[in-house]
Design a protein around this ligand. Sequence first.
Ligand SMILES: Cc1ncc(COP(=O)(O)O)c(C=O)c1O
Length: 429
Amino acid sequence: MINRFERSDILWQRASQIIPLASQTFSKSHQQWVRGAAPLFLSSGSGCRVTDPDGNVYIDYLQGLMTNILGYADPDVDNAVRRQLVRGVSFSLPTPLEADLAERLVEDIPCAEMIRFGKNGSDATTASIRLARAHTGRDRIAVCGYHGWHDWYIGTTTRSAGVPEAIRNLSDTFAFGNMEELTDHLTRHSDAYAAVILEPAGTAMPDPTFLPALRALCDREGVLLIFDEIVTGFRMGPGGAQEHYGVTPDLACFGKAMANGLPISAVVGRREIMTGMEEIFFSGTYGGEALSLAAAIATLDKLKAENVAPRLWTLGESLMARSNDVIGIAGLGEFLAFGGDGWWPRLRIEDPPVDQLLLVSLLRQEFIAAGLILASSYNLCLPHEDDKVQDETIEGLAAALSEVRRHLESPDPAAALRGAQVQPTFSVR
Ligand SMILES: Cc1ncc(COP(=O)(O)O)c(C=O)c1O
Protein backbone atom coordinates (compact mmCIF):
# COMPACT_ATOMS: atom_id res chain seq x y z
CA MET A 1 0.00 0.00 0.00
CA ILE A 2 1.43 3.38 -1.00
CA ASN A 3 -0.01 6.27 0.98
CA ARG A 4 -0.96 9.57 -0.56
CA PHE A 5 0.27 12.82 0.91
CA GLU A 6 -1.45 15.63 -0.99
CA ARG A 7 -2.67 17.49 2.09
CA SER A 8 0.67 17.07 3.82
CA ASP A 9 2.42 18.52 0.79
CA ILE A 10 0.04 21.51 0.56
CA LEU A 11 0.51 22.17 4.27
CA TRP A 12 4.24 21.98 3.83
CA GLN A 13 4.14 24.54 1.00
CA ARG A 14 2.22 26.89 3.31
CA ALA A 15 4.28 26.30 6.43
CA SER A 16 7.67 26.46 4.76
CA GLN A 17 6.91 29.99 3.48
CA ILE A 18 6.62 31.32 7.02
CA ILE A 19 8.27 28.76 9.33
CA PRO A 20 11.96 28.04 8.70
CA LEU A 21 12.32 24.24 8.30
CA ALA A 22 8.49 24.09 8.58
CA SER A 23 9.04 22.53 12.00
CA GLN A 24 10.06 23.56 15.49
CA THR A 25 12.20 20.46 15.96
CA PHE A 26 14.97 19.29 13.65
CA SER A 27 14.17 15.63 13.99
CA LYS A 28 10.50 16.20 13.14
CA SER A 29 11.30 18.15 9.97
CA HIS A 30 10.92 17.13 6.32
CA GLN A 31 14.71 16.65 6.18
CA GLN A 32 14.28 13.38 8.08
CA TRP A 33 11.86 11.82 5.60
CA VAL A 34 11.64 11.12 1.90
CA ARG A 35 9.60 14.18 1.01
CA GLY A 36 6.90 13.05 -1.40
CA ALA A 37 6.75 9.57 0.09
CA ALA A 38 6.00 10.43 3.71
CA PRO A 39 3.59 12.52 5.73
CA LEU A 40 5.14 15.79 6.91
CA PHE A 41 2.49 16.47 9.55
CA LEU A 42 0.32 14.48 11.94
CA SER A 43 -3.18 15.53 12.96
CA SER A 44 -4.17 13.19 15.77
CA GLY A 45 -3.07 10.24 17.83
CA SER A 46 -4.70 7.61 19.98
CA GLY A 47 -2.77 4.96 21.85
CA CYS A 48 0.14 3.99 19.62
CA ARG A 49 -1.53 5.04 16.35
CA VAL A 50 -1.47 8.39 14.58
CA THR A 51 -3.37 9.87 11.65
CA ASP A 52 -1.88 12.28 9.12
CA PRO A 53 -3.77 15.14 7.41
CA ASP A 54 -4.56 12.85 4.45
CA GLY A 55 -6.25 10.33 6.71
CA ASN A 56 -3.47 7.73 6.57
CA VAL A 57 -3.07 5.82 9.83
CA TYR A 58 0.24 4.50 11.18
CA ILE A 59 1.66 2.67 14.15
CA ASP A 60 3.97 5.34 15.58
CA TYR A 61 7.37 4.23 16.86
CA LEU A 62 8.65 7.78 17.38
CA GLN A 63 6.00 8.63 19.98
CA GLY A 64 6.63 12.35 20.03
CA LEU A 65 10.37 11.79 20.42
CA MET A 66 9.91 9.40 23.36
CA THR A 67 7.49 11.56 25.32
CA ASN A 68 4.31 9.46 25.08
CA ILE A 69 5.30 6.52 27.24
CA LEU A 70 1.62 5.74 27.92
CA GLY A 71 0.59 6.48 24.34
CA TYR A 72 -1.37 9.36 22.83
CA ALA A 73 -4.45 10.57 24.70
CA ASP A 74 -3.97 8.35 27.72
CA PRO A 75 -7.28 8.64 29.61
CA ASP A 76 -5.76 8.93 33.10
CA VAL A 77 -3.28 11.63 32.16
CA ASP A 78 -5.83 13.48 30.04
CA ASN A 79 -8.39 13.44 32.86
CA ALA A 80 -5.81 14.87 35.27
CA VAL A 81 -5.12 17.63 32.74
CA ARG A 82 -8.85 18.31 32.27
CA ARG A 83 -9.39 18.51 36.03
CA GLN A 84 -6.58 21.04 36.31
CA LEU A 85 -7.62 22.98 33.21
CA VAL A 86 -10.84 24.18 34.80
CA ARG A 87 -8.93 25.28 37.93
CA GLY A 88 -6.30 27.33 36.12
CA VAL A 89 -3.06 26.91 34.22
CA SER A 90 -0.46 29.59 35.00
CA PHE A 91 -0.72 31.03 38.51
CA SER A 92 0.79 34.07 40.18
CA LEU A 93 2.41 32.01 42.94
CA PRO A 94 3.64 28.40 42.96
CA THR A 95 0.94 25.73 43.23
CA PRO A 96 0.82 22.80 45.69
CA LEU A 97 1.33 20.51 42.69
CA GLU A 98 5.05 21.38 42.61
CA ALA A 99 5.76 19.77 45.99
CA ASP A 100 3.42 16.85 45.16
CA LEU A 101 5.49 16.07 42.08
CA ALA A 102 8.87 16.80 43.68
CA GLU A 103 8.10 14.37 46.53
CA ARG A 104 7.47 11.60 44.03
CA LEU A 105 10.83 12.20 42.32
CA VAL A 106 12.67 12.36 45.66
CA GLU A 107 11.14 9.02 46.60
CA ASP A 108 12.20 7.23 43.43
CA ILE A 109 15.44 8.75 42.13
CA PRO A 110 18.58 7.91 44.14
CA CYS A 111 20.41 11.26 43.76
CA ALA A 112 17.25 13.37 44.10
CA GLU A 113 17.20 15.21 47.41
CA MET A 114 15.89 18.44 45.88
CA ILE A 115 14.16 19.22 42.59
CA ARG A 116 13.64 22.16 40.24
CA PHE A 117 11.37 22.07 37.21
CA GLY A 118 11.82 23.44 33.69
CA LYS A 119 9.91 22.99 30.46
CA ASN A 120 12.39 21.46 27.99
CA GLY A 121 15.18 18.98 28.53
CA SER A 122 17.59 21.73 27.48
CA ASP A 123 16.37 23.88 30.40
CA ALA A 124 17.33 21.10 32.79
CA THR A 125 20.74 20.32 31.29
CA THR A 126 21.68 23.99 31.05
CA ALA A 127 20.56 24.68 34.62
CA SER A 128 22.60 21.72 35.85
CA ILE A 129 25.70 23.03 34.08
CA ARG A 130 25.27 26.55 35.45
CA LEU A 131 24.76 25.12 38.91
CA ALA A 132 27.87 22.94 38.58
CA ARG A 133 29.94 25.94 37.47
CA ALA A 134 28.68 28.04 40.36
CA HIS A 135 29.22 25.22 42.85
CA THR A 136 32.77 24.38 41.80
CA GLY A 137 33.94 27.82 40.67
CA ARG A 138 35.24 26.14 37.50
CA ASP A 139 34.22 26.65 33.86
CA ARG A 140 35.15 23.61 31.76
CA ILE A 141 32.64 20.88 30.91
CA ALA A 142 33.07 17.39 29.45
CA VAL A 143 30.08 16.13 27.45
CA CYS A 144 29.04 12.80 25.96
CA GLY A 145 25.76 12.21 24.10
CA TYR A 146 23.09 14.78 23.22
CA HIS A 147 22.16 17.49 25.70
CA GLY A 148 19.98 19.98 23.82
CA TRP A 149 20.23 23.21 21.89
CA HIS A 150 22.06 25.59 24.24
CA ASP A 151 25.48 27.09 23.49
CA TRP A 152 27.61 25.16 25.99
CA TYR A 153 26.58 21.86 24.37
CA ILE A 154 25.65 22.49 20.74
CA GLY A 155 28.94 24.33 20.28
CA THR A 156 30.68 20.94 20.49
CA THR A 157 28.79 19.60 17.43
CA THR A 158 28.83 20.37 13.72
CA ARG A 159 25.73 22.56 14.34
CA SER A 160 27.81 25.18 16.14
CA ALA A 161 26.95 28.17 13.90
CA GLY A 162 26.17 31.17 16.10
CA VAL A 163 28.01 29.89 19.17
CA PRO A 164 30.98 32.10 20.15
CA GLU A 165 34.37 30.44 20.07
CA ALA A 166 34.98 31.41 23.69
CA ILE A 167 32.00 29.27 24.71
CA ARG A 168 32.93 26.40 22.40
CA ASN A 169 36.40 26.31 23.91
CA LEU A 170 35.01 25.54 27.36
CA SER A 171 33.38 22.21 26.43
CA ASP A 172 35.13 18.98 25.44
CA THR A 173 33.56 15.82 24.12
CA PHE A 174 34.51 12.30 25.12
CA ALA A 175 33.47 8.96 23.67
CA PHE A 176 31.09 6.81 25.72
CA GLY A 177 33.00 4.23 27.72
CA ASN A 178 36.37 5.85 27.03
CA MET A 179 37.85 6.44 30.49
CA GLU A 180 41.28 7.10 29.03
CA GLU A 181 40.11 10.04 26.95
CA LEU A 182 38.19 11.55 29.85
CA THR A 183 40.99 11.01 32.36
CA ASP A 184 43.32 12.69 29.89
CA HIS A 185 41.00 15.74 29.60
CA LEU A 186 40.54 16.03 33.35
CA THR A 187 44.17 15.64 34.29
CA ARG A 188 45.42 17.87 31.46
CA HIS A 189 43.27 20.73 32.73
CA SER A 190 43.51 19.93 36.41
CA ASP A 191 41.16 22.07 38.55
CA ALA A 192 39.41 23.41 35.43
CA TYR A 193 36.42 21.08 35.05
CA ALA A 194 33.11 21.84 36.73
CA ALA A 195 31.22 18.82 35.45
CA VAL A 196 31.13 15.70 33.38
CA ILE A 197 27.69 15.28 31.80
CA LEU A 198 26.67 12.17 29.90
CA GLU A 199 23.77 10.00 28.90
CA PRO A 200 24.43 7.03 31.19
CA ALA A 201 22.99 4.54 28.69
CA GLY A 202 21.39 4.56 25.29
CA THR A 203 24.43 5.40 23.19
CA ALA A 204 25.66 1.98 24.16
CA MET A 205 25.18 -0.28 27.12
CA PRO A 206 27.88 0.68 29.61
CA ASP A 207 30.58 -1.81 30.44
CA PRO A 208 29.92 -2.64 34.14
CA THR A 209 33.15 -0.91 35.17
CA PHE A 210 32.55 2.33 33.26
CA LEU A 211 30.06 4.25 35.42
CA PRO A 212 31.74 3.31 38.75
CA ALA A 213 35.11 4.34 37.31
CA LEU A 214 33.60 7.62 36.14
CA ARG A 215 32.16 8.25 39.61
CA ALA A 216 35.57 7.59 41.19
CA LEU A 217 37.38 9.84 38.70
CA CYS A 218 34.96 12.73 39.31
CA ASP A 219 35.31 12.33 43.09
CA ARG A 220 39.08 12.33 42.80
CA GLU A 221 39.16 15.45 40.63
CA GLY A 222 36.43 17.37 42.49
CA VAL A 223 34.25 17.40 39.36
CA LEU A 224 30.46 17.04 39.52
CA LEU A 225 28.99 14.02 37.76
CA ILE A 226 25.74 14.79 35.94
CA PHE A 227 23.57 12.10 34.37
CA ASP A 228 21.41 13.32 31.51
CA GLU A 229 18.47 10.95 32.04
CA ILE A 230 16.15 12.72 29.63
CA VAL A 231 15.91 9.53 27.56
CA THR A 232 16.68 6.88 30.20
CA GLY A 233 14.43 8.44 32.86
CA PHE A 234 11.23 6.51 33.67
CA ARG A 235 12.04 4.05 30.87
CA MET A 236 14.86 2.11 32.52
CA GLY A 237 12.78 2.20 35.72
CA PRO A 238 11.30 4.74 38.16
CA GLY A 239 14.79 5.66 39.41
CA GLY A 240 16.33 5.86 35.94
CA ALA A 241 19.72 4.54 34.85
CA GLN A 242 21.29 5.58 38.16
CA GLU A 243 19.08 3.14 40.03
CA HIS A 244 19.53 0.44 37.40
CA TYR A 245 23.33 0.63 37.41
CA GLY A 246 23.70 1.51 41.11
CA VAL A 247 25.84 4.57 40.43
CA THR A 248 24.60 7.83 41.95
CA PRO A 249 25.48 11.08 40.18
CA ASP A 250 25.60 14.49 41.89
CA LEU A 251 22.90 15.94 39.63
CA ALA A 252 20.57 14.48 37.02
CA CYS A 253 18.21 15.80 34.36
CA PHE A 254 14.82 14.37 33.44
CA GLY A 255 12.17 15.25 30.85
CA LYS A 256 10.50 13.55 27.89
CA ALA A 257 8.41 10.63 29.29
CA MET A 258 7.82 12.43 32.59
CA ALA A 259 4.38 13.86 31.72
CA ASN A 260 3.36 11.70 28.75
CA GLY A 261 3.91 14.51 26.26
CA LEU A 262 3.21 17.63 28.28
CA PRO A 263 6.18 19.97 28.51
CA ILE A 264 8.08 19.57 31.76
CA SER A 265 11.62 18.73 32.77
CA ALA A 266 13.50 18.49 36.05
CA VAL A 267 16.96 18.99 37.51
CA VAL A 268 17.41 16.82 40.56
CA GLY A 269 20.36 16.31 42.85
CA ARG A 270 22.15 16.45 46.15
CA ARG A 271 20.78 18.98 48.61
CA GLU A 272 24.16 20.60 49.23
CA ILE A 273 24.48 21.40 45.51
CA MET A 274 20.82 22.05 44.72
CA THR A 275 20.54 24.79 47.35
CA GLY A 276 22.86 26.73 45.04
CA MET A 277 19.80 27.17 42.80
CA GLU A 278 18.91 30.02 45.14
CA GLU A 279 22.07 31.85 44.06
CA ILE A 280 22.22 31.17 40.31
CA PHE A 281 19.47 32.34 37.96
CA PHE A 282 17.23 29.56 36.68
CA SER A 283 13.76 31.01 36.33
CA GLY A 284 10.92 31.07 33.79
CA THR A 285 7.36 32.27 33.47
CA TYR A 286 6.10 28.77 32.72
CA GLY A 287 8.33 26.87 35.17
CA GLY A 288 5.41 25.88 37.42
CA GLU A 289 2.69 25.68 34.77
CA ALA A 290 0.00 23.52 36.28
CA LEU A 291 -1.25 21.31 33.42
CA SER A 292 2.19 19.75 32.99
CA LEU A 293 2.60 19.26 36.72
CA ALA A 294 -0.79 17.54 36.94
CA ALA A 295 0.07 15.41 33.90
CA ALA A 296 3.43 14.43 35.39
CA ILE A 297 1.85 13.34 38.68
CA ALA A 298 -0.73 11.25 36.82
CA THR A 299 1.94 9.78 34.54
CA LEU A 300 4.34 8.82 37.33
CA ASP A 301 1.54 7.28 39.37
CA LYS A 302 0.37 5.21 36.42
CA LEU A 303 3.88 4.15 35.45
CA LYS A 304 4.27 2.66 38.91
CA ALA A 305 0.76 1.27 39.33
CA GLU A 306 0.96 -0.53 35.98
CA ASN A 307 4.60 -1.52 36.30
CA VAL A 308 5.20 0.06 32.91
CA ALA A 309 9.01 0.20 32.68
CA PRO A 310 9.63 -3.57 33.06
CA ARG A 311 6.71 -4.33 30.75
CA LEU A 312 8.12 -2.10 28.01
CA TRP A 313 11.60 -3.55 28.54
CA THR A 314 10.22 -7.07 27.98
CA LEU A 315 8.22 -5.88 24.99
CA GLY A 316 11.33 -4.30 23.50
CA GLU A 317 13.30 -7.52 23.85
CA SER A 318 10.64 -9.58 22.10
CA LEU A 319 10.10 -6.97 19.37
CA MET A 320 13.84 -6.75 18.80
CA ALA A 321 14.17 -10.55 18.49
CA ARG A 322 11.21 -10.82 16.10
CA SER A 323 12.47 -7.86 14.06
CA ASN A 324 15.95 -9.31 13.74
CA ASP A 325 14.41 -12.58 12.51
CA VAL A 326 12.56 -10.63 9.84
CA ILE A 327 15.74 -8.76 8.89
CA GLY A 328 17.50 -12.11 8.51
CA ILE A 329 14.70 -13.53 6.36
CA ALA A 330 14.87 -10.43 4.15
CA GLY A 331 18.58 -11.13 3.68
CA LEU A 332 19.67 -7.78 5.17
CA GLY A 333 21.24 -9.14 8.35
CA GLU A 334 24.81 -8.49 7.22
CA PHE A 335 24.45 -4.75 7.70
CA LEU A 336 21.18 -4.19 9.56
CA ALA A 337 20.12 -5.20 13.08
CA PHE A 338 18.21 -3.96 16.08
CA GLY A 339 20.47 -3.79 19.13
CA GLY A 340 20.65 -2.33 22.63
CA ASP A 341 18.60 -3.10 25.69
CA GLY A 342 14.89 -3.85 25.50
CA TRP A 343 13.92 -0.46 26.92
CA TRP A 344 15.19 1.23 23.73
CA PRO A 345 15.84 -1.04 20.72
CA ARG A 346 17.88 0.84 18.12
CA LEU A 347 18.24 0.07 14.43
CA ARG A 348 21.91 -0.14 13.59
CA ILE A 349 23.47 0.00 10.15
CA GLU A 350 27.03 -1.17 9.66
CA ASP A 351 28.95 -1.24 6.37
CA PRO A 352 25.90 -1.00 4.10
CA PRO A 353 26.22 -1.92 0.41
CA VAL A 354 25.02 1.56 -0.64
CA ASP A 355 25.46 5.05 0.77
CA GLN A 356 24.17 5.11 4.36
CA LEU A 357 21.75 8.01 3.78
CA LEU A 358 20.35 6.33 0.70
CA LEU A 359 19.72 3.17 2.73
CA VAL A 360 18.16 5.19 5.57
CA SER A 361 15.92 6.91 3.00
CA LEU A 362 14.83 3.64 1.41
CA LEU A 363 14.09 2.14 4.82
CA ARG A 364 12.03 5.14 5.99
CA GLN A 365 10.17 5.32 2.69
CA GLU A 366 9.18 1.67 2.87
CA PHE A 367 8.37 1.76 6.60
CA ILE A 368 5.90 4.56 5.87
CA ALA A 369 4.43 2.67 2.92
CA ALA A 370 3.92 -0.30 5.27
CA GLY A 371 2.10 1.84 7.84
CA LEU A 372 4.96 2.30 10.30
CA ILE A 373 6.36 5.59 11.53
CA LEU A 374 9.77 4.22 12.33
CA ALA A 375 13.20 5.84 12.08
CA SER A 376 16.20 4.59 14.01
CA SER A 377 14.64 3.09 17.13
CA TYR A 378 11.54 1.57 18.63
CA ASN A 379 10.36 4.29 21.04
CA LEU A 380 7.89 2.21 22.97
CA CYS A 381 4.63 3.13 24.66
CA LEU A 382 2.25 0.95 26.64
CA PRO A 383 -0.34 0.47 23.86
CA HIS A 384 2.39 -1.10 21.66
CA GLU A 385 2.03 -4.13 23.95
CA ASP A 386 -1.14 -5.20 22.16
CA ASP A 387 -0.61 -8.50 20.26
CA LYS A 388 -2.38 -7.17 17.19
CA VAL A 389 -0.11 -4.12 17.12
CA GLN A 390 2.94 -6.36 17.41
CA ASP A 391 1.78 -8.68 14.63
CA GLU A 392 0.97 -5.72 12.39
CA THR A 393 4.40 -4.26 13.12
CA ILE A 394 6.19 -7.44 12.17
CA GLU A 395 4.09 -7.88 9.01
CA GLY A 396 4.76 -4.24 8.06
CA LEU A 397 8.46 -4.62 8.75
CA ALA A 398 8.63 -7.78 6.62
CA ALA A 399 6.85 -6.05 3.71
CA ALA A 400 9.07 -2.95 4.00
CA LEU A 401 12.31 -4.91 4.17
CA SER A 402 11.42 -7.09 1.22
CA GLU A 403 10.88 -3.91 -0.83
CA VAL A 404 14.20 -2.49 0.39
CA ARG A 405 15.92 -5.73 -0.61
CA ARG A 406 14.34 -5.50 -4.07
CA HIS A 407 15.59 -1.90 -4.42
CA LEU A 408 19.09 -2.84 -3.30
CA GLU A 409 19.21 -5.63 -5.88
CA SER A 410 18.16 -3.29 -8.68
CA PRO A 411 20.84 -1.73 -10.90
CA ASP A 412 20.14 1.77 -9.49
CA PRO A 413 18.78 1.68 -5.90
CA ALA A 414 18.58 5.50 -5.79
CA ALA A 415 16.00 5.38 -8.59
CA ALA A 416 13.63 3.62 -6.16
CA LEU A 417 13.32 6.78 -4.06
CA ARG A 418 9.92 8.37 -4.56
CA GLY A 419 11.07 11.75 -3.29
CA ALA A 420 13.97 13.71 -1.82
CA GLN A 421 16.61 11.77 0.08
CA VAL A 422 16.85 12.14 3.87
CA GLN A 423 19.35 14.88 4.74
CA PRO A 424 22.23 14.45 7.14
CA THR A 425 21.95 15.83 10.65
CA PHE A 426 24.76 15.71 13.14
CA SER A 427 24.98 12.39 14.87
CA VAL A 428 26.06 12.27 18.49
CA ARG A 429 24.93 8.81 19.51
C1 LIG B 1 19.50 12.93 26.26
C2 LIG B 1 18.85 14.23 25.91
N1 LIG B 1 19.21 15.32 26.60
C3 LIG B 1 18.65 16.52 26.35
C4 LIG B 1 17.70 16.67 25.35
C5 LIG B 1 17.11 18.01 25.08
O1 LIG B 1 15.77 18.02 25.44
P1 LIG B 1 14.76 19.07 24.77
O2 LIG B 1 14.75 18.79 23.31
O3 LIG B 1 13.46 18.77 25.45
O4 LIG B 1 15.27 20.43 25.10
C6 LIG B 1 17.32 15.56 24.61
C7 LIG B 1 16.33 15.69 23.51
O5 LIG B 1 16.20 14.86 22.66
C8 LIG B 1 17.90 14.31 24.88
O6 LIG B 1 17.59 13.21 24.18
